[in-house]
Design a binder for this molecule. Sequence first.
Ligand code: ZN
Length: 302
Amino acid sequence: MKFGTYVYEPEKAAGFDFHVLRVKLETGDRIPPVQDMYSNIAVFADNAATRSHPDWISQSPLGPAQMGNNNFNIYWSVVCATQPEHRAEQLDYIEDVDRHSLGVWLNSQYFADHSHCTCPRCKELRKKSGLSWFEWRRKEVTDYIAQVRERVKKELVMCIQPDPVTACERYGVDFDDLAKYADAFNVVMFSKNYATAWYWEMLARGFKKLLKKPVYISLYVYGPGDAAKDVPSASELLTVSVRCARTGIDGILYLANGASQIRDFQKAAVDKVELRKRLKGYGGEPVQEVLDLVKNWEKIVE
Ligand SMILES: [Zn+2]
């Protein structure tokens, strides 16, 4: 297994195999990529683009993909996934970011949610295609990812929502289609607590069965603007890491604002001496790899 950080600031905490930097956020904010980190880019979720071009926003019978439309789990405003200018600009941007970092991890590279998009262009494109609604959306997403693959020379990772069953109906995402172009998948499993590890373990197991490329999962440690009382405890994070590891996944990333929050987590994890002992009995080799990682942190957090 491999272990990484998933961060908003370009500082690399010690004790991990790799680091993914959030170079373009769903707000549309961008920071420069870093040569020895991977780059995470939110493609269609982009508040800045929808602010500059209100007509680019994804449409549906239940309203636009706009922050505050509670018909959907949408926390950002999302550009229509067929918007040609946004698509072209993002392709150029992705190519440039790839050149200046270790590779590209994409998220929000698909339709906003179910029933999207019904803007006039999408209606026209679908009619011309002669395909069913679901088949047309799937083709739009897959064709765009094929174009991305032509631009990305280094590693290309597909971040996906933690929905193993209706990804196609909701987002136009077909896992097998994306596996043809992706070097790996990253299942985003962000939560402010991991009190019931069983569900996350089940999701990890499901995705490991479904996905035909290496599977990473991402766990939530400490986001921008969080207070200590808002975030998962080190005990929950250790337990859920071990329980997901034993499903055979290929790696775990830990999301935090920056390296200092990662170091706080490492220190708290090291301090869970009793729990670390107990978790040794939770599985075979992959579980030991997680516990060895924490053991290794002992030297770092002193
Ligand atoms: Zn549209």
